[in-house]
Design a binder for this molecule. Structure first.
Ligand code: CP
Length: 316
């Protein structure tokens, strides 16, 4: 790990203090300069081998980890899903043992099952980054969300953030709520009762409501979540049209928002369901592409802080 960084893994954001999170954001900001150069590469992790084990689909997380690794000059092994010998019955522990025989330096893992990143960390002994496990955690998503909000100029202390939508099945909420609370923000969960977890208080939010319009005008950040249809059993509301009317961030809700409120979404978006295109593409409010870009910066920072390497080239 980088000198003085107290963590070996990034699996549970609740293990990270306010100082740890601020160091991550400030390190990400240092990498912004690298990403604005003509040649966007530094030798920081030259010679390191990183396994990207994605056992579930991903566009943003997977591609931004790969780009982050390339920009840090690491060697990446992209691995996972139906192309591996797990489909022939190989166990997770044998798979991890096989990868470790290659003397790898870090594993990035996404899996449909909660707890797999921790298990891989225990089995392998190498640093692990959770790239999303079941409906449990997605810590680099929370960090890139915080980075985007911070870079926009928001002060976390006392910031009013509303997280809207499918909280029950969301690993994004699982990491974002505790991360925002660590930074001193106020968090409201806004969802139909059928898309709230059985114990919403466990997440640590300040308020829970099913009346979006009653709180929308107080929010500085409106964080919209996709309905995780892949994790749903049965229909949680009568129709997508009704959901859009009650819980979607529609054009009609724009005048109800604070003039400088911003809109975040982790992607992928289901346009016309949780977010209308008017809001998704809003030139002043939408942070969605800033979040995508922040994904590279934060993942470069996480890789650098967890496995160290040289400072060469990043303090231009
Ligand atoms: N936000 C997010 O995790 O997106 P992907 O599933 O495309 O990686």
């Amino acid at each position: 790990m980088a000198k003085d960084f107290p963590h070996k893994n990034l699996i549970d954001i609740r293990e990270y203090s306010r100082d740890d999170i601020m160091l991550m954001l400030k390190t990400a900001q240092r990498f912004k300069e690298v990403n604005e150069r003509r040649i966007k590469q530094v030798p920081t992790l030259k010679g390191a081998t990183i396994v990207n084990m994605f056992n579930e689909p991903s566009t943003r997380t997977r591609s931004s980890f790969e780009i982050a690794e390339k920009r840090l000059s690491a060697n990446s092994l992209n691995f996972g899903g139906s192309s591996t010998s797990t489909v022939k019955g190989e166990s997770l522990s044998d798979t991890v043992e096989t990868l470790c025989a290659y003397k790898i330096d870090l594993i990035v893992v996404r899996d449909a099952h909660a707890g797999v990143p921790r298990k891989i960390a225990d089995l392998s002994g190498v640093p692990v980054i959770d790239a999303g496990d079941g409906k449990h955690q997605h810590p680099t998503q929370a960090l890139l969300d915080l980075y985007s909000i911070w870079e926009h100029g928001c002060d976390f202390e006392g910031l009013n953030v509303g997280i809207v939508g499918d909280i029950a099945h969301s690993r994004v909420a699982g990491s974002l709520v505790p991360a925002l609370k660590t930074m001193g923000s106020n968090v409201a969960l806004i969802a139909p009762p059928t898309l709230l977890p059985a114990r919403p208080d466990v997440l640590g939010a300040d308020a829970v409501t099913s009346d979006f319009d009653s709180v929308l005008g107080d929010l500085d950040v409106v964080y919209m979540l996709r309905i995780q249809r892949e994790r749903l059993e049965g229909a949680p509301f009568p129709s997508l049209r009704e959901y859009n009317q009650l819980f979607g961030l529609t054009r009609q809700r724009d005048p109800l928002m604070k003039p400088d409120a911003i809109v975040c979404h982790p992607g992928p978006i289901n346009r016309g369901v949780e977010l209308d295109s008017f809001m998704a593409d809003h030139p002043k409010r939408s942070m969605i592409l800033d979040q995508v870009y922040a994904g590279i910066l934060v993942r470069m920072a996480a890789l650098y802080l967890l496995i160290g390497g040289s400072n060469d080239g990043i303090d231009a």
